[in-house]
Design a protein around this ligand. Sequence first.
Ligand code: MLT
Length: 249
Amino acid sequence: MTDGLLLVHAFPMDASMWEEQVRAIADRVPCVAVDLPGFGGSDPAGEVMTMAVAAERCTDELDRAGMNRAVVCGLSMGGYVTLELWRRHRDRILGLVLANTRAEPDAEEGRKRRREVADLVLAEGPAAILDSMRALVSLDAATETWERVADIVMRQPAEAVAAASRGMAERPDSRPDLPGIDVPTLVITSSGDRLIAQDTSAPMAEAIPEAELAVIEGAGHLSNMEQPEEFTRLLEIHLERCGLLPAVG
Ligand code: MLT
């Protein structure tokens, strides 16, 4: 068994959103980019993909890769799953990266909207929500970045998108867990995030003892795709902090 890096994708994306990070890191650190249930052609979870079901898929993938412990990097929905993984399997976690995500649950209005999104996608397919998904990137994002994001969104089965939307609606409040996180943690946010604003993510770094905060200037919600080099640089520094990469200098 080895230690490595686990990358957990956003909604409604799949593991391919981590292409640049995997390419940059996988030759030095064992790397698993998980497809959450139903995404990227993986086995679905049924009508509701709870964060618990998604977290168990992550440990299945760690087992399959022969990885005992991992630095877990989750972006947005991936962050919700990462916090669930912390609650369930903290013995397998060497460090955390919580990127463009938040600890609080949805308010009732948000839950209702997620169920409406699920119904809409089941009725009309992912194309029905594609316009609203433009907020996944910043207003200044390159056209090619948006096209790549749109291509990934359109590849996902309606059932998976609907199940994840319903599952996120049910996610618990992770704020009580933050003070107990005792592994090296990096919180990443970006100034152009139109879905989870900097002001929402940043307080996690204050609530987690010894967490560090990094702000990627100009990037949008999918900061790892919009500014892959900067995201990877931050990730590499954190992997050094967690002992998975040798310290430079
Ligand atoms: C995501 O990118 O995973 C979503 O924006 C998360 C959410 O809808 O809360």
